[in-house]
Every structure is written in C-alpha cells, then in structure tokens.
Design a protein around this ligand. Structure first.
Ligand code: PLP
Length: 461
C-alpha cells in the first residue's frame, strides 16, 4: 500500500462502514464481532485490505469483473480525459467514446451491428426482455411474448431479471415475479437428469427446450435467454452438441436467441465472447462485468440489424420505437474505459494468455481432484473455472455449505481470495470458483492451487 492511510483514518473508515454501509449479498451479524473487510488498494493481480494484508485475487474483484487487473493507469487516464472533456449527455445524443467503443465492440462480434448502453447486467437483460415484448406486440399481436430461461442460470437482480432466474437462493421471498417467463431444464452433465453422457446428454438437454416450446405453444414463445457457460449456478460448461441443437431449435420456432455474456463477455473464456467458443449466432447479447474491468460502470445490449430493424420508424405507429431510456447508460466514462480496456486485451494478447493459463489451471485442478476425494468434478473454459465439492463421489452428494465456506475461508487466511457458488440451496452451494484476471501467470496459478490444496487438506484431512 502507498501508506496514505494512517491507522486513525482506517479505524474511522471501518467504524463508518459498520455504522452505515449495507453490504451486498451477505449477512451482517458477523460484523458484530469481526470487522468487514475493506479493500484499500489494488495492483495487477493483488489487493490490500485495511490491515495492510496482501491478497492474491483469484476472482477478479469477487465477481468475475477486473479482467485486465488492478491499477491500470491508462484506463484511469482515458476516463479522466473524457470526464474533463464531457462527463455526460443523455443517450438520445451520441458521444465520441460511445461511437468509437461500439465500433470496436462490433468488430469483435460478426453478425451483430447495434449497441444499446446501460449500467448493469440486470438492466441490459431487462432491456432485452422489453425488446422481446415489444416485438411480440408489433409483430405477433402480443402473443409471442414468453421468454424461456434455464434452471441454474442467473440474469440479474431486478424483478424482471429474477423472473428469468433459475437460482432458488436469489429468488426466494422476492416473488411474485413477472408473468411470461418459463424455465427449461439445466444442462449440467455432472448432475444429469437423463441417463446419458457427452454429446448425447447435450442434445437431450437441448431437446428439452423444444419440449417446453411445444408445451407452451411455439406461437407464444418469443425468446430464450441463456448463459454460454453458467456462472453462479455452478460454473457449468455445456457438452458438445448442446449449442448446435439450441440454435436449430431457435431457428425452427422463430425464437430469438439472447445470450447473457455478463460474466463470459470480453475475454473471460479465452475468446471475446463465450458464445464464440460454440459457434453460436445470437440475436441479442448482453454484457457488463468485464466490459470495462470495473474501471467505470458500463453494460451493453448488442443486437443484430434484424432486431434493430423491427424498431424502425413507422409513420402509422407513433409508438414504434424502443421507448426506453437509461439516464446513466453510456455515460461517457463507461465507453472511454471500455475502449481502453479492449486495447489492453489486444495489445497484451490477453485472450491467448487466458486460454493458455486456463488450460494450465484446469490441468492443475484435475491434479487436485486426483489427490482430494472431495473434489467430484472440475469444469471451466479459459480463466473461468470451478471445482465441485461432494461428500461422496459415488452418490455425488453436495458437500455441506459450511465446509465449502471453510475452504474459502482458509484460502482467504492464506492470502488468496477464491469464491464459491451461491449459498443456502443444496446443489448450488458447493462449487469453488476461480476467475483470476486475464494477466495471470503460471506463478499466480501455482499460488492459487497451492493454497486450495492446503485448505482442502486442512478442512478434510
Ligand atoms: N447475468 C449474469 C450471468 C450474472 O452473473 C450477473 C451478475 O452476477 C448478472 C447478469 C447481473 O449483473 P449486474 O449485477 O451487473 O446487474
């Protein structure tokens, strides 16, 4: 740390935090006896907390976000320069960074043409759902309005996005939800619903989508929203055959394919977007976390020209445009940071590094699986990896949440921040998550693996 904070300052900050900050996604009772962790500073792969303790961050800011690492002066400078020049004007007008970033982004997304700026992943998904609903009204008399989502997937925290949420922990007690959202079965081979493996399982899981469309009526289903690799629901990589069949089904029933790239987008899996790993051609793509690596708030909904065309001016209908706004969506700091973020990924060959380090880390996780019987499965793409813990390899009984958290806690104590999938619901709470920044080296990966190895030995013997 740079030493700008003295101990009095720190204790004031901790007291103010404890008195006034409502932290995301955690219970506050533990703060009665332990101080919350306050992250003061970051550089590269590492962050420092209020006690001056150094941590290797194996989860890119906790939630798959800081793809290019901490302390990037060129992004800070791009944001500063932009803010001095123009901090804000509403998105009905254009801006220099908004135009240049959209051009750059589209150059990495063949088949896509239009970028709609928002603030968060949830909001980007909401916009996509609204587009589907408006298209249903404009083209299909309101009928083709249903949106399919998959068990275990997550699309955000607002009521609309939760209506498309396949994770019980995030949804419980927040209903009633919006109507017209229908779930399809998950595609997690390790917890297969059918007695099939590999490609046969992948095709069967996709066929289950067709079954839902036929049950609901193809003339009522407007879109399906899917994560390319499911994140918080268990780091679930689809088997071969799945995405090809999903694409066929969407085409056959005229169902828009909306890919939620909020986690996978902008390099996390080793390609610019996760769907590009599977040769998929989406109609709509949403993205957020890695778009500017957390240097500014920015999210986007990207569409094809066909989708855009459906909102083209129509003299006979004064409501025929996308009647949506996001005050801060596209606020100039966001695309300025995002443009520089993409430049860094290109100039430093971070997609290649992500693929190489991801392969290395997956091998290391497999080696840990050979050593520790509690690891039931290891999955991932690029630097987006998970190790599922079980109490019994044969029955695949999920490991008790407290013991999973003990592993996370022990790694933390060793100075390595790792994560686990969502807690409190059996079957969701037992996968250790790893998503180091795309700049990770073999030494960083070795340090993470060593700490997990030690933690597993400590907690399970
Ligand atoms: N979609 C996915 C796949 C996510 O993992 C998340 C957040 O974790 C979201 C959407 C929501 O994004 P945000 O928290 O930016 O609203």
């Amino acid at each position: 740390m740079d030493g700008n904070f003295n101990e009095n300052d720190i204790s004031h900050v901790v007291a103010a935090d404890k008195a006034h900050v409502w932290h995301h996604l955690i219970q506050h009772k533990p703060f009665e006896t332990n101080d919350p962790r306050i992250i003061i500073e970051g550089k590269g792969m590492r962050v420092w907390d209020q006690k001056g303790k150094e941590h290797l961050d194996a989860v890119s800011g906790g939630v798959w976000t800081v793809n290019v690492g901490y302390g990037r002066e060129s992004i800070a400078k791009a944001v500063y320069d932009q803010l001095i020049k123009l901090n804000y004007f509403a998105g009905s007008a254009g801006s220099i960074p908004g135009a240049l970033f959209s051009e750059k982004l589209i150059s990495k997304m063949p088949g896509m043409t239009r970028v709609y700026y928002t603030n968060s992943g949830s909001e980007a998904n909401e916009k996509a759902f609204k587009m589907v609903r408006q298209i249903a009204h404009k083209r299909y008399g309101g009928k083709k309005h249903k949106i399919l989502y998959r068990d275990r997937d997550y699309h955000g925290t607002t009521i609309g996005a939760l209506s498309a949420g396949g994770q019980l922990e995030r949804n419980a007690q927040y209903g009633p939800f919006a109507p017209g959202f229908v779930s399809v079965p998950h595609c997690m081979e390790y917890r297969a619903q059918w007695d099939l493996t590999g490609e046969a399982y992948g095709k069967r899981a996709a066929d289950a989508i067709e079954e839902v469309i036929l049950r609901e009526g193809p003339d009522t289903v407007g879109a399906i929203c899917l994560e390319p690799v499911t994140a918080g629901g268990g780091v679930i990589t689809p088997p071969p055959g799945y995405w090809e069949r999903v694409q066929e089904i969407c085409k056959k029933y005229d169902v828009l394919l909306h890919i939620d790239e909020v986690v996978c987008g902008v390099g996390r899996t080793g390609t610019w977007f996760g769907y590009q790993q599977y040769g998929v051609k989406p109609d709509m793509v949403t993205m957020a976390k890695g778009v500017a690596s957390g240097y500014a708030a920015i999210a986007c909904l990207v569409t094809t020209e066909e989708v855009f065309d459906m909102f083209k001016d129509d003299a006979s209908d004064p409501l025929n445009y996308f009647r949506d706004i996001s005050t801060f969506g596209g606020c100039t700091a966001g695309p300025a940071a995002a443009l520089e973020n993409m430049r860094i990924i290109e100039d430093e060959n971070l997609l290649d590094n992500c693929t190489a380090m991801g392969t290395y880390m997956l091998d290391q996780l497999h080696a840990l699986k050979d050593k520790h019987a509690v690891i039931g499965d290891v999955r991932g793409k690029g630097l987006f990896l998970g190790a599922e813990l079980v109490s019994d390899r044969d029955s695949r009984e999920p490991m008790d949440e407290k013991r999973v958290q003990a592993v996370v806690g022990d790694c933390n104590a060793q100075g390595v921040i790792i994560g686990a999938t969502n807690r409190s619901v059996p079957g969701f709470n037992n996968t250790l998550c790893f998503s180091p920044a795309l700049i990770a080296t073999r030494d960083d990966i070795d340090e993470i693996i060593t700490s997990v190895d030690k933690a597993l030995t400590k907690v399970f013997g």
